[in-house]
Ligand binder design. Structure first.
Ligand code: DGJ
Length: 727
């Protein structure tokens, strides 16, 4: 619910459990007054203290009043060059070269429903949303800044976006435009970021804020394996089930900056948005720029509740699910089994080994097109390689379908190999500065997706392939970070637009594909999890979580990922052992338990499994299908932290009516004489009694408070699942 007190210019956003408030004061400065657990309302600006601080200047209207400074007051959207020395949200440069942004309140408007952002992904929905638009103006520069707020009460979700309009008579260069600025009066906070590298993405890192700025960012053109555009600010003492925390996710897949600043007054500011690095957008008179959306969830009771609210909102109000809630197929992918060396018979034999195990979708990965026999060539030539697949998809797909399976295909539209017909014909279509040698990544170059004709050519070629057979799934890959970022289509003074225009181009093509093939499931992938963000999830309901398929490393990767993103979004497969990344051998049971807390599939040649393993796989597929709703749409509880030494990694899914739950656990390396341990379950109905794996009768409150004794499993990396059903 949004409450506008227009007399006092106090604007309050209520969700089910939280309240957010701002106020335009006597100088029309928009102050942030509160964000936290739900309160009844009123004007919370009494919380703001005014004091003269040396070196903190005073705006002109304040006259000689020295206790009023933008440097010390909590700002709703911070300005620059006029007295606030903390991190600015916006910077623009009119023709005179000045860099001042002095924003004052210029009106607001309440709308039913959710705003949308042209060309950008954003949360969506109907009348369960309300929108507030607050207008700020810098009169001298003729700049209008519109702050958008979307409120989804039931999931405690508040979205924000920013639109900047040049209302002046000459061009203005926009150099910075954050999506979110959040000021907190006082408080001792930790910042949690989700960091790592290729094959070890999204590992949580927690550190207390100290005076100054702490930040994570990407300048790679993707949101990156290295830092995620999702961060958490929380009270020092906050944990899974207690303490105040704020999660902030950027709905964007390109360069980002997430920064937290602790100030001289021990106030805190969080900023999230497009990275100002190599960003400069020219706005001609009348033109507008829209910054991507940021989404906030505040949880007064720990990270678990915050994550569950994000999961629900992402599943129901961000992802476009082509299957409309129907079960997604269990798949088999040939990549780890064959890499580039396969032919039609090999693919069919892998599918033949999977079909009797009730695996439903066969995915042909990289290597099926052009002269693609290694990662050195072929990208850009989206025509079937007739040596490997003599009759094209027209011959291959019916052979897969005869097995009762559907067919999916891998593509990497944003890339080009130097050894390709496309590059030979259009070398200037690759990002690169004329006269400079290219920087390669995985031996390939990046196409200039900011250019319409490049996107059009690629899309038409891919369409031909998709239309040549019955294709129900596409894996959209992207295997390098951007370098040589320069576009032949833009003049020198607009090269600062290329990074953002590139990702807008990716979004445009994804959106076209999504609309042209409404029943097709698109899985995102960026060399594993290099673009695992809310922006991609809008177009691709699932994203390959990591190129690391080792079940034990995956415990950590999937744990970190779960802080914002739901199980149904996490691409996870069982692969062969010893694992290609870690050389570790883990049982088929454990690999299955870990992969089925994701989208679930296999990525190996099942012809090479033993009859016992095939029985296990059959059981896993049947179990997953039987409990699909619980696993994919249940409420997710992290029971342990796999980054800490402990008896096991454990997590739990609980059905919305709390009548069913699934506890999964994986032990670590074995020790002699292990201590007795108990696992406390979560999220059950304290008044219900549950059977565990069809046995006994255990009251919910007992299982949550007293717990369940961990069985002494012998050997390294053993696993177990407890299925609870109310009796
Ligand atoms: C990287 C992906 O993450 C892998 O799953 C696989 O598709 C390869 N690319 C293919 O080149």
């Amino acid at each position: 619910m949004i409450v506008l007190d227009k007399e006092h210019n106090v604007f309050t956003l209520h969700t089910q459990n939280t309240t957010y408030q701002m106020k335009a004061d006597q100088y029309s400065v928009l102050l942030h007054t509160y964000y936290g657990p739900r309160v009844s309302g009123g004007d919370l600006s009494y919380l703001i203290q005014y004091a003269d601080r040396g070196s903190s200047p005073n705006p002109n209207e304040a006259g000689h009043r020295r206790d009023y400074s933008l440097d010390t007051l909590p700002q709703e959207y911070s300005t620059c060059g006029v007295g606030d020395y903390r991190m600015p949200s916006i910077e623009f440069e009119p023709e005179d070269g000045s860099r001042l942004a002095d924003l004052r309140f210029a009106g607001c408007e309440l709308r039913k429903g959710k705003y949308s952002l042209e060309g950008l992904p954003a949360f969506w929905g109907g009348d369960e949303w309300e929108t507030l638009v607050v207008r700020l103006r810098d009169g001298s520069a003729g700049m209008l800044v519109e702050l958008y707020y979307g409120v989804l009460e039931r999931y405690d979700l508040i979205t924000r976006a920013v639109r900047v309009v040049n209302q002046g008579t000459s061009p203005v260069r926009l150099r910075r435009c954050a999506s979110l600025c959040l000021d907190f009066l006082g408080g001792d906070y930790d910042l949690i970021t989700f960091d790592g590298c290729h094959v070890m993405e999204r590992c949580p890192n927690r550190a207390p804020l100290r005076q100054g700025v702490q930040s994570v960012e990407s300048v790679r053109g993707t949101s990156s394996h290295h830092h995620n555009p999702f961060v958490v600010l929380c009270e020092h003492g906050a944990g899974e089930d207690y303490g105040l925390c704020y999660g902030a996710a950027l709905v964007y897949s390109g360069n980002f900056l997430a920064a937290a600043e602790r100030t001289q007054l021990e106030h805190n500011r969080l900023l999230l948005g497009i990275n100002p690095y190599h960003f400069c957008w020219t706005l001609a008179p009348g033109e507008a720029f829209t910054a991507p959306e940021a989404a906030l969830v505040c949880s007064p009771c720990g990270f678990g509740q915050m994550s569950r609210q994000f999961h629900r909102a992402i599943r129901e109000n961000l992802i476009h699910d082509p299957l409309q809630g129907r079960r997604r197929p269990v798949l088999i992918n040939n990549w780890e089994a064959t890499e580039f060396s396969f032919n039609a018979d090999k693919l069919v034999s892998i599918a033949q080994s999977a079909a009797p195990l009730d695996i439903e979708l066969f995915v042909m990965d990289d290597g099926w097109f052009g002269s693609r026999d290694s990662d050195r060539g072929g990208l850009g030539d989206w025509v079937v390689n007739r040596e490997k697949l003599p009759g094209g998809l027209e011959a291959l797909v019916p052979r897969i379908k005869e097995l009762g399976m559907s067919f999916g295909i891998w593509i990497e539209p944003e890339m080009v190999s130097e050894d390709s017909d496309l590059y030979r014909a259009h070398p200037d279509w690759a990002l690169g500065v004329p006269g400079r040698p290219h920087t390669r990544g995985r031996s390939q170059l990046t196409l200039d997706f900011s250019r319409r004709e490049v996107r059009e050519h690629i899309y038409q070629a891919i369409r031909k392939v998709l239309d040549s057979a019955d294709v129900s799934y596409v894996k959209w890959d992207m295997n390098r970070s951007l370098t040589d970022v320069w576009s032949g289509a833009l003049p020198a003074d607009r090269q600062g637009e290329v990074f953002h225009r590139y990702i807008l181009g990716v979004y445009e093509l994804l959106d076209r594909m999504r609309r042209d093939y409404p029943d097709m499931l698109i899985e995102g992938c960026t060399g594993g999890g290099g673009r695992f963000d809310a922006g991609m999830l809008y177009y691709t309901p699932q994203i390959w979580c990591s190129d690391n398929t080792d079940a034990i490393d995956r415990l950590r990767i999937q744990y970190g990922t779960s802080f914002c993103y739901p199980v149904s979004a996490m691409g996870a497969h069982v692969s062969a052992v010893p694992n290609g990344q870690t050389a570790r051998t883990v049982s088929m049971e454990t690999r299955g338990v870990v992969a089925m807390s994701g989208t679930f599939g296999y990525e190996m040649d099942l012809n090479e499994t033993t009859p016992e393993e095939r029985e296990i796989i059959k059981g896993q597929v049947a179990f997953f299908k039987a409990h699909y709703d619980l696993i994919q749409r249940g409420d997710y509880y992290r029971l342990t932290d796999p980054f800490r030494e402990g008896p096991c990694a454990a997590w739990e899914q609980v059905s919305p009516d709390r009548r069913e739950a699934l506890v999964s656990l994986v032990t670590g390396s074995a020790h002699a004489a292990p201590p007795f341990s108990v696992l406390r379950l979560k999220g059950l109905d304290p008044c219900l009694t549950y059977q565990i794996n069809g046995q006994g009768a255990y009251p919910g409150d007992v299982l949550m408070e007293a717990g369940w004794p961990l069985p002494m499993l012998q050997g390294d990396y053993q696993s177990m699942q407890l299925y609870l059903s109310a009796v």
